[in-house]
Design a protein around this ligand. Structure first.
Ligand SMILES: [Fe+2]
Length: 187
């Protein structure tokens, strides 16, 4: 289940909140326009093909697509067996603060990752785990950390199948906030 840590965004960030209370997390995220929902977990999909993953969640995916008008859905995954350079390159890609002009919507089928949402002087670090569907609206300032040993399978939803480009803010805030490895170790 989801785990939330909220930090101040100054030069020496302080922890404002740390919780695994799902109602508290949903309320906190709602305040910044981010939606978190939970789907029942289908086991045995870690390492499964994209077709099998999408088939297992067919009804839930169809409902989200109908609701939000997404035109492209795929499955992203990275396992602990990925070579170190592949893992490091994948991690580095979205590890700095950025925005983009499509929503970022992810359902965690297996593994985990942290979305950091930088809104109104605070950073919400949302540790996502299997069963979590996180919807980050377009233009929300954020970054994503999959850790130094990435392990996740996630369904992604897009309005544009050309793929979006991150618009990086140049702010080094991601280097001041505890990273995935640190938060994972502290749970
Ligand atoms: Fe992003």
């Amino acid at each position: 289940m989801t785990y939330l840590t909220v930090y101040t965004d100054g030069p020496a960030p302080e922890t404002l909140l740390r919780t695994d209370d799902q109602a508290e997390i949903a309320t906190s995220l709602k305040e910044i326009g981010v939606r978190l929902r939970h789907w029942e977990i289908v086991d045995g999909l870690d390492g499964a093909s994209s077709d099998d993953v999408l088939a297992a969640y067919r009804d839930q995916v169809a409902a989200v697509v109908a609701e939000e008008g997404y035109t492209f859905v795929d499955v992203a995954r990275l396992g602990p067996d990925a070579p170190a350079d592949v893992a490091a390159a994948a991690r580095a890609k979205f590890l700095n603060e950025h925005t983009h002009d499509d929503d970022e919507v992810r359902f965690f089928v297996a593994g985990s990752g942290i979305f950091y949402l930088h809104v109104d002087g605070k950073v919400h670090a949302v540790f996502c785990e299997p069963g979590d569907l996180l919807s980050v609206p377009k233009q929300t300032t954020h970054w994503f950390d999959m850790g130094t040993r990435p392990h996740f399978t996630a369904i992604r939803f897009f309005h544009d199948d050309d793929g979006w480009i991150g618009d990086f803010t140049g702010d080094d805030i991601a280097s001041r906030i505890p990273d995935y490895d640190t938060i994972a170790a502290g749970r």
